[in-house]
Write a protein that binds this ligand. Sequence first.
Ligand code: S3P
Length: 172
Amino acid sequence: MTNKSIVFIGFMGVGKTTIGRMVAEKLGREFIDVDEEIEKEYEMRISDIFEKIGERAFRDKEKSVITSLCEQTNKVLSLGGGAFLQEDIRELCMASSYVILLDLSFEKWKERINLIINSRPVLQGKSLAEMEELFYKRQEVYAKHHLKVITDGHTPGEIADLIINTVIEKGR
Ligand code: S3P
């Protein structure tokens, strides 16, 4: 097992934070949620940052937070679902860390909409068809990863175990 950080990517609401936290605990590593770091820096919720300062400023902050986190090792990071839209972030994470894509089918994702809609400004005001379009469009930027884990039908604990086994098997 190397000391590279593990970075979780994937669409909003797929379980990056829940599973990331479990993996970190099992590996005895520190877990850092990038959105939480940004909220701490601004002392505001993400939805307020989008509303009051704008998405551009959020994306710039997202890049600077991820850039400094990627200089560290031995962490488990959860990135916001839009972070990989920025090529610099994709390249940096792929070069410095072990990137894991959490993949959920749109059918299963739909069941979670009510749980996440209020805290995700990117989804506000969108019809289900528009959300579906965004879901599939985003898959293009998630194509860059080291490991893809399909989460449909599995509990977070099962997925965390699978990841640990894979990461250890790969000698990381
Ligand atoms: C976003 C995803 C969110 C958060 C912000 C924007 C996106 O993170 O960074 O609301 O553009 O997909 P989660 O993926 O943790 O929901």
